[in-house]
Design a protein around this ligand. Sequence first.
Ligand code: DX5
Ligand code: ZN
Length: 222
Amino acid sequence: MKKHLVAPSVLAADFTRLREEIEMVNQSEADWFHLDVMDGRFVPNITFGMFIIEAINKMAQKPLDVHLMIVEPEKYIESFRKAGAQVITVHLEACPHLHRTVHQIKETGALAGVALNPHTPVSLLEDLIEDIDLVCLMSVNPGFGGQKFIYQTLPKIRKLREIIDTANAKTLIEIDGGVGLQNAESLLQAGADVLVAGSSVFGAKDPRATISALKAFTSVFV
Ligand code: DX5
Ligand code: ZN
């Protein structure tokens, strides 16, 4: 049985102690680092870019899952790959030529991810699903950590699982926003493969133990 992945979102880390926080994830059972790039245009917030990702890559001992919440992401894919991204996720809502952008990501050797905002139906990916390595379902409106999980994400996971299985594709389903110990199990039961967790991990008394607890849940699907 394949185990689900846990990807702590560094956005919720204490950046005055970034090395320690990265080291904590290195030592934990986490699988990936989730890195949120925001441009103040696609989302109403600005975070960090390739410069910080390059620095994190020097300390990180696990793959970097880079979530681009930016307009015109196609302009920066090669740069993020060079900075160390192993998964590059773009938003469907930011890509008028999604097929081209997905293949541009794959040509760099990275895994290609497509993120959907909470209101975007999963059916829009039906014709491209075989080409996509990961679908990131946003379970909050992108832009900020620490928001409340939007419950309508659950039926979206089930629908997406069906689309993936019908196409016989290997696409991973990632859930991003408001994920924690309280909903991890139902997300996995619905068909999730990757859990992104920001504040529930870095805000916990014992972040490493929280990561282990997130890893310990089981799913009937993966
Ligand atoms: C939101 C980001 C998320 C965020 C998750 O726009 O894409 O990755 O950091 O944070 P939590 O887990 O605190 O909701
Ligand atoms: Zn994210």
